[in-house]
Design a protein around this ligand. Structure first.
Ligand SMILES: Cc1ncc(COP(=O)(O)O)c(C=O)c1O
Length: 421
């Protein structure tokens, strides 16, 4: 083993991604994002993380073969040193035991659920979750004998009433997609603890810069790393971070399902994570400016942003998040046609699904993120045809506001009332 290889992992430990991220103690979140899983005590190695673009690892003899089998130098479907660096960085950011990377955010969700639940088990999940997760819970899991009860997102009494003797998992998302509702994570974690359930959150919109759910007692945090963690709209990946015992079980299932991340993609994720804190800080500032502008606009019926005082969960958001995030949703006065026209008239906000990159994007949730769920479910979630979702990037806020001002001129409807929420 040469010194450069030595920079990543000495191979003597059990699989690197299951190690406690204890050398990060005392560092701030911004520092963890940049320095992450790189082992700072090793000298003379490359500053950048090497990409171990290999499917397998050579050994000197069969004794060594047996020794490396439980490590990240055996076969890349089981683990890979570059993936380990990405995983350790996210584990440090979330301040949890361990993390795992996946080929996509959906891969992270599906693999985790299949690892932890079996036929006959039951899930309580919020109604306001990513449409792909709703589809998996309501259309796929029943085929495997796993049922889900969807509950109103911030009705915690309803969550409690939905719990059955066979319930194993409480699944939430905060802030939610697309209406940026905010869930009281302390209440959810406490409910799960009382009933001995695993609590899991889709924390994609929050990012570990704005919120760290494990601090409130949540067991597993999932991210579509495609979004803020990678941050440049050039990568598909997913991450699950949390309790070490659960991560072990998920790791074994990931190996079987083959849902692992490619080392080159891991390297891109590591690079993205280095600027996560500065990107998110700018997105927080820009999104608040955009939300304030929209809430004063006569052709806007409602604005949804956690750090607007009119947001129904403003107090919870301020208590558990350090920034409101980069996502803003609003409804135009008028019809779905008006919303489509406004979204197509924007020049800086690019019409595209997805979110979390440095460029500002716009999309119509009923046509994109929530197209795959039924109209009845969408109605219960308050996702209307008039709703426009903005992923606010890191451009100059004045330019973004000018773009919205121009686009809203295309909304024909006579304003009836301007209200924020
Ligand atoms: C909140 C949220 N969770 C999960 C996903 C799924 O992630 P991926 O597209 O990386 O599979 C998405 C994708 O849009 C999302 O917005």
């Amino acid at each position: 083993m040469n010194r450069h290889e030595d920079n990543l992992d000495d191979g003597r430990h059990p699989r690197g991604n299951h190690r406690k991220a204890d050398d990060s103690a005392g560092r701030h979140t911004e520092t963890k994002a940049v320095r992450g899983g790189a082992h700072l005590d090793k000298k003379n190695g490359p500053l950048g993380t090497p990409i171990y673009q290999t499917s397998t690892f050579e050994v000197a003899d069969n004794d060594e073969q047996l020794r490396v089998t439980p490590t990240d130098r055996f076969y890349t479907r089981y683990g890979n040193p570059t993936n380990t660096v990405a995983e350790e960085t996210v584990a440090q950011l979330e301040a949890v035991d361990a993390a795992l990377t996946f080929a996509s955010g959906m891969g992270a969700i599906t693999t985790t659920i299949l690892a932890l639940l079996k036929s006959g088990d039951h899930i309580v999940a919020q109604r306001d979750i990513y449409g792909g997760a709703t589809k998996f819970f309501t259309q796929w899991l029943p085929k495997m004998g796993i049922q889900t009860t969807l509950v109103d997102t911030t009705e915690y009494e309803q969550h409690a009433r939905a719990i059955r003797p066979n319930t194993r998992l409480l699944y939430v998302e905060s802030p939610t997609n697309p209406a940026v509702r905010v869930v009281d994570l302390r209440k959810v974690a406490e409910l799960a603890r009382q009933h001995k359930l695993i609590s899991m959150i889709d924390g994609t919109f929050g990012t570990p810069i704005n919120q760290r759910p494990a601090e409130f007692g949540i067991d597993l945090v999932m991210h579509s790393g495609t979004k803020y963690l990678a941050g440049h709209s050039d990568l598909i990946c997913g991450v699950v971070a949390g309790r070490g015992d659960l991560i072990q079980r998920i790791h074994s299932t990931r190996t079987t399902l083959g849902n692992c991340m490619d080392p080159h993609a891991s390297w891109m994720l590591i690079r993205g994570l280095k600027t996560l804190a500065v990107r998110v800080a700018r997105q927080n500032e820009n999104a608040l400016r955009v939300a304030e502008f929209l809430s004063q606009h006569a052709k806007v019926r409602s604005v949804h942003y956690p750090f607007l005082k009119s947001h129904p969960e403003y107090a919870v958001a301020r208590a558990q998040m350090s920034g409101g995030g980069g996502m803003v949703a609003f409804e135009v006065e008028g019809s779905g046609e008006d919303a489509r026209r406004a979204s197509e008239s924007m020049r800086l906000f690019t019409l595209a699904p997805s979110l979390g990159g440095v460029e500002s994007l716009v999309s119509i949730p009923v046509l994109t993120s929530h197209a795959m769920i039924t109209a009845a479910e969408r109605e219960k979630m308050g996702v209307t045809e008039q709703m426009i979702r903005l992923s606010v990037g890191i451009e100059n806020a004045d330019d973004l506001i000018a773009d919205l001002e121009h686009a809203l001129e295309t909304v024909a409807a006579t304003p009836q009332h301007a209200q924020v929420g």
